[in-house]
Design a protein around this ligand. Structure first.
Ligand code: OOG
Ligand code: NI
Length: 310
């Protein structure tokens, strides 16, 4: 199905990636590594496998709210994934045309958190008494873009952030980072060999100082062997918190990261010449076991391993 309005979708994605690029200096570092190794000429040569968002599972928000923006431009909801231990649920969405990224949206099961964390989250979201996406003109790209980059709640306090983080790293991430893009994903299988595998590309990235999430091992592989993923450790952003006295205090916290995905060719299409291979011939969707570890790219256990950049 073609996108109902390609310009609208292009504009929304452009706005998301522009903000993401300024918040995640690793994006430019990785582009430079790929350019220096002659794997790409410019960023446009990269296929964006998918982008991801995080949401709070509370009335009027969560997946059911955010997904409306993308369903409107022709995305289709596909498989569900559950992460009971992390108290998360997720869906992935297929794009309206092959050159657009897939979308992965997850949601925190707020009702399963401790009463203290639920009270903290409620103090931020309690004024939202209708779905804010319903107030938008979904055909207006700049309205949608503003919505995705404007807070729905007050500036968080450091105390609340830290209290949430001790129970759920994900909750703390969303309270501060909201709908900012959590990551974009380089389709590694489309890079020139031998860097068309995550194992090889990872070594190149690490040689150039990119830190990779090692939770569960650096390469996450699906049981069918066809989806391999790695991710950088989230970069720290200087975040401004409410100091409780009418002022602002700044603390470094986890922002966003970059993912690398290798989708291998499905057994039925392995006879095809490489030049004929399209998305439909490769492993689709996501894998809960891989995703479970990729979420940890923003967790303190990972970000604390990373030496500070000068
Ligand atoms: C998403 C983690 C999962 C994938 O590709 O499986 C994921 C997140 O960190 O919000 O990106
Ligand atoms: Ni991902």
């Amino acid at each position: 199905m073609p996108p109902t309005n390609p310009q609208l979708l292009d504009d929304i994605l452009h706005g998301l990636l522009r903000r993401y690029g300024t918040r995640v200096p690793d994006v430019e570092r990785v582009m430079e590594i790929l350019r220096s190794a002659s794997l790409i000429k410019s960023a446009e040569d990269i296929e964006n496998d998918h982008i991801a968002f995080r949401t709070l599972g509370v009335p009027h928000l969560g997946i059911q709210s955010l997904e409306k923006i993308f369903l409107h431009v022709g995305y289709q909801r596909r498989d569900a994934y559950t992460f009971p231990h992390k108290k998360l649920d997720a869906f992935w969405y297929a794009p309206p045309a092959e050159h657009y990224p897939r979308i992965f949206i997850s949601e925190l099961r707020v009702e399963q958190l401790s009463p203290a964390s639920q009270t903290t989250i409620a103090s931020y979201v309690c004024q939202i008494d209708s779905d804010p996406v319903d107030q938008l003109d979904l055909n207006n790209a700049s309205q949608v873009d503003n919505f995705l980059h404007t807070s729905l709640w007050r500036r968080p306090s450091w105390n609340d952030y830290e209290q949430l983080r001790q129970e759920s790293e994900y909750a703390a991430w969303v309270i501060y980072n909201r709908y900012y893009l959590n990551h974009f994903t380089i389709s590694v299988h489309n890079l020139p060999p031998p860097y068309n595998s995550v194992a090889t590309l990872n070594r190149l990235l690490q040689q150039h100082g990119i830190s990779l999430n090692d939770s569960g091992g650096i390469v996450k592989q699906s049981p069918d062997g066809l989806l391999l993923q790695s991710s950088s450790v989230a970069e720290m952003v200087q975040a401004e918190f409410d100091d409780g006295q009418g002022g602002i205090e700044t603390h470094p916290i986890a922002g966003s990261y970059i993912e690398f995905a290798e989708r291998r060719v499905l057994p039925a299409f392995q006879h095809l010449p490489a030049t004929d291979l399209r998305r439909a011939h490769r492993r689709e969707g996501f894998e809960a076991g891989n995703a479970d570890k990729i979420f940890e790219s923003t967790y303190t256990e990972q970000t604390h391993r990373i030496p500070k950049r000068k």
